[in-house]
Ligand binder design. Structure first.
Ligand SMILES: [Zn+2]
Length: 270
C-alpha cells in the first residue's frame, strides 16, 4: 500500500477502472483534465468508463481549494491513463490536474505536483528528472517531451505546452524537497522553534526563511534564498508553527504566510 500522506483519500474506485498491483512504477505522468476535479472524480468513480488516475490536483473553481491533492488509487496499482505507460515494465503513476491545456497551473497546483513527484520518487525509487522520454524513469508528460502526441500512449497532446513547460521547475522543486536543505544566509539572525504534535521533533526557522527539521519533523520546503518561495526584501523576523496534521506555517514580519504541507487560508495585507 502506498498512499501520499498529504493527499485526501478519495478511493476506492471500481475494479474495472484499474489493474490491481502491486507493480513497480518508474515515474509519474503529468496530465490535464480539460475540466474540473469534481468532474474527473465522477468519471473515475464510474466503472463503465475504464479510466483512472492515481491522483487529482484541484484548481480554481473546484469544490476543494486550489492545490488540494486527491488520491484515488494506491500507487502500487496501475491506473488507466496513458495506454502503454500504465503497465510494466513501463508503468507510471498518473496525475490529473484541474484546468485547461491552454492555461498554466497555479502556484498551488505546481507545489502539489512537486510534493507528489518528490514523495513518489522516494517511495518508488526513480530519479527526479524530466520531462523524460516515454519508457524512461522520471517525470513524464502524457505527450512526448517535445509536445508531440505518442501513439503508444493514446496519441494525446496532453497536458499542453503551458503545463509541459512547468515540468522542469516542478522537478527542481521536488529535488529541493527530497534533497538537502539549502543553507541559510543569516545563521546568526533571529530564529524560532516549533515542536511537532508528537513531541518527538521540531522545526527551527531563521529570519531569512530557512527551515530546518529535526526528529520526526519532516522538511517540506522553506523560504530559503534560492528556494521556491523566497521571502521578499525587508523581512526582519519570522514565526513558525507546526500544523497538528503535519506540515507547518511560516509567517514573515511583512505578513506573508507560507503553508508547507498544510492548508493555506489567506493572510492580512501587509
Ligand atoms: Zn493525459
Amino acid at each position: 500500500m502506498a498512499r501520499l500522506p498529504l493527499a485526501i483519500w478519495k478511493g476506492p474506485i471500481p475494479s474495472s477502472n484499474y489493474a490491481a498491483g502491486p507493480t513497480t512504477k518508474i515515474g509519474t505522468v503529468h496530465h490535464v483534465i480539460v475540466g474540473g476535479a469534481d468532474g474527473a472524480l465522477a468519471t473515475f468513480k464510474n466503472g463503465a468508463n475504464q479510466v483512472s488516475a492515481h491522483f487529482i490536483v484541484c484548481g480554481p473553481g473546484d469544490s476543494s481549494p486550489d492545490g488540494t491533492i486527491w488520491q484515488l488509487l494506491d500507487t502500487g496499482d496501475c491506473c488507466y491513463a496513458q495506454a502503454n505507460g500504465n503497465y510494466p515494465p513501463t508503468a507510471y503513476i498518473g496525475i490529473e490536474t484541474s484546468g485547461q491545456p491552454t492555461t498554466a497551473m497555479t502556484a498551488a497546483q505546481c507545489e502539489a505536483m512537486a510534493q507528489i513527484d518528490a514523495w513518489a520518487s522516494t517511495t518508488h525509487h526513480f530519479p527526479l528528472v524530466g520531462p523524460v522520454a516515454h519508457g524512461t524513469p522520471g517525470v513524464a508528460a502524457h505527450c512526448n517531451p517535445n509536445g508531440t502526441p505518442d501513439p503508444a500512449w493514446g496519441n494525446h497532446s496532453c497536458p499542453g505546452p503551458a503545463r509541459l513547460a512547468q515540468i522542469p521547475p516542478i522537478v527542481a522543486r521536488a529535488r529541493a524537497i527530497t534533497g538537502t536543505v539549502p543553507s541559510p544566509s543569516t545563521k546568526d539572525a533571529a530564529h524560532m522553534i516549533s515542536a511537532t504534535s508528537t513531541g518527538l521533533g521540531y522545526y527551527i526557522a531563521h529570519s531569512d526563511g530557512a527551515v530546518f527539521a529535526y526528529g520526526d519533523a519532516k522538511y517540506l520546503g522553506g523560504c530559503n534564498p534560492g528556494a521556491s518561495a523566497p521571502f521578499p526584501a525587508g523581512v526582519t523576523a519570522i514565526s513558525i508553527e507546526a500544523h497538528p496534521g503535519g506540515g507547518y506555517y511560516v509567517l514573515s514580519s511583512t505578513h506573508q504566510v507560507y503553508a508547507f504541507g498544510c492548508p493555506y487560508y489567506g493572510a492580512p495585507a501587509s
